[in-house]
Design a protein around this ligand. Structure first.
Ligand code: MSP
Length: 497
């Protein structure tokens, strides 16, 4: 039986068209999912849309659409984006689905039964855009408007009857948990932020609203709508079917990938809800940085949105995935613009692209596009023998940029080997030598594309299919291509700019 691995993206607000920030969260999650499949895991990969709350209700009102119709339309755009990004997700959840509503109500009942919830009155600041409550010291006055310091979003004063979750009693339990599980929140800098936030003291959290109705009703009190973050976070267990399948469900998640702006919800509220309900906690929460447009975070209000589809149409999805994984340090903020993207693609074309063209041209010329026999001189060396640990260590540390760099180093080594040995030069090479060099190079190329497949699934699949490989995983790294195998020369793999 394969070991399970459960990974999630945040679920996206369908309050506008998806942008590069959404694409980034999803692509990086997909890279990890595909890598774990190469390692032989059965991977559950969840993504979806977060459809309740005032923000969505207002967005629908703005375009005079029925709210559910509005969600149907936008959610389907996000679903389509999953295909355009080549995501290998195994599920796509919408919080308006019954399987999710039932889970949220079940969790509520559980929390209520365990005496973790009480009815009172909320008065304080609320940001609709962040769907978040803020205390007085988290607010600043900007030209007469009140805004949340952390996000710059407008806040409004809110007073209404509300159910509260006893978050304040989880302060020490959370700190203790972070301490005993030092890798629970990553990167470390973000973990430290969370710890200092919790150390400042936690107040009980308002978890229901009564002034609108677009959401999941509180069981037994239909006037109340479940707070959208309690609703949204629960998607991770709804999709795993935890309440029905218990230990057979893929829960707990191995990792939640999220952006740094939603860390507090995932690293403080979510574990506290789960502790309160006596449900196992996710194993890891990794918070990535922002993809900046110019020097700023993309947002509709700033009008600086980068459209991933435009970039994909112009440069290709694999090229975009390669850029985001190599040029943005996972965990830090990063930039994308055409100039940098083109430099990065040109490097790729000069290294891996060039290597495969040269090798295939010679295979076509000398061996009629068939895999040559292994030569007597051939010994497996570091050129074809991969120590998977050299690559795994980067993925385990979530240093995805270093994983890609390691593949490039490997490819440069093979390029150098080909340059130094000149398999095109019959004056200095015997037939046997040439056979040896090309046999080695083509098997190395196989390995390069297997390792690259989580990053560039389309091109890798295309390339490996031309070598006769229909399916592959880490075990295929150890297997040479059988002699006589038809090897079809690829077209230009990476266009230069
Ligand atoms: N619906 C919530 C998440 C609920 S998860 C239980 C939400 N949605 S969102 O659509 O606003 O954002 C989803 C993800 O996109 C977040 O992880 C956020 O960090 C990420 N990004 C949004 N803009 C971004 C950038 N400019 N750069 C990188 N990622 C950013 O929050």
């Amino acid at each position: 039986m394969k070991k399970k691995f459960y990974i999630t993206t945040p679920i996206y607000y369908p309050s506008g068209k998806p942008h590069m920030g959404h694409a980034y969260s999803s692509i990086l999650t997909d890279i990890i999912a595909r890598f774990k499949r190469l390692e032989g895991f059965q991977v559950f990969f969840l993504t979806g849309t977060d459809e309740h709350g005032l923000k969505i209700q207002k967005s629908a009102e703005k375009v005079k659409s029925e709210t559910i119709k509005y969600c149907d339309d936008l959610s389907s755009i996000f679903r389509k984006l999953s295909d355009q990004l080549c995501l290998s997700n195994t599920d796509f959840i919408r919080t308006t689905e019954n399987r999710h509503k039932n889970t949220v109500q079940k969790l509520w009942e559980l929390l209520s039964k365990k005496d973790q919830i009480y009815l009172s009155k909320y008065s304080g600041w609320y940001s609709i855009s962040d769907e978040a409550y803020y205390s007085n010291d988290e607010i600043i006055d900007v030209e007469g408007s009140k805004k949340a310091k952390v996000s710059g979003s407008l806040v409004e004063w809110m007073e209404e009857e509300s159910y509260f979750f006893k978050l304040s009693s989880y302060e020490n339990k959370l700190l203790d948990y972070y301490n005993k599980n030092p890798d629970f929140i990553q990167p470390t800098s973000r973990k430290n932020e969370v710890i200092s936030f919790v150390k400042q003291g936690l107040k009980d959290l308002s978890i229901s609203r009564t002034t609108f109705d677009w959401g999941i009703k509180v069981p037994g009190h239909k006037k109340h709508i479940v707070y959208v973050w309690l609703d949204a976070l629960t998607n991770y267990i709804s999709a795993s079917n935890y309440f029905k399948c218990g230990q057979d469900a893929p829960w707990p998640a191995d990792i939640h990938i999220i952006g740094k702006d939603i860390l507090r919800f995932h690293a403080v509220y979510w574990p506290a809800f789960l502790m309160a309900a006596n449900i196992p906690l996710p194993k890891k929460i990794f918070s990535h940085g922002w993809i900046l447009s110019g020097e700023e975070k993309m947002s509709k209000s700033k009008g600086n949105i980068l459209d991933p589809i435009e970039i994909i149409e112009h440069y290709g999805i694999d090229e975009l995935r390669y850029y985001l994984s190599k040029e943005v340090v996972f965990g830090a903020d990063g930039k994308i613009n055409n100039e940098n993207l083109e430099i990065c693609i040109n490097d790729l074309a000069n290294n891996i692209g060039n290597l495969s063209q040269r090798v295939f041209t010679l295979i076509e010329k000398y061996y009629n596009s068939k895999m040559p026999e292994k030569s007597q001189n051939y010994t497996r060396s570091s050129l074809t023998m991969i120590n998977t640990k050299d690559f795994q260590k980067y993925l385990y540390n979530l240093e995805i940029h270093n994983y890609v760099r390691e593949i490039n180093k490997y490819s440069s080594k093979i390029n150098k080997y080909v340059n130094d040995n000149e398999p095109w030069n019959r004056k200095i090479n015997s037939d046997e030598n040439i056979r040896n060099i090309l046999y080695t190079s083509i098997n190395s190329l196989k390995n390069i594309f297997i390792l690259l497949s989580p990053i560039m699934p389309k091109k890798s699949n295309y390339f490996l299919n031309l070598l006769g490989l229909k399916s592959y995983d880490f075990n295929t790294l150890d297997k040479d291509i059988p002699s006589d195998q038809k090897l079809i020369k690829p077209g230009i793999l990476f266009k230069k700019y």
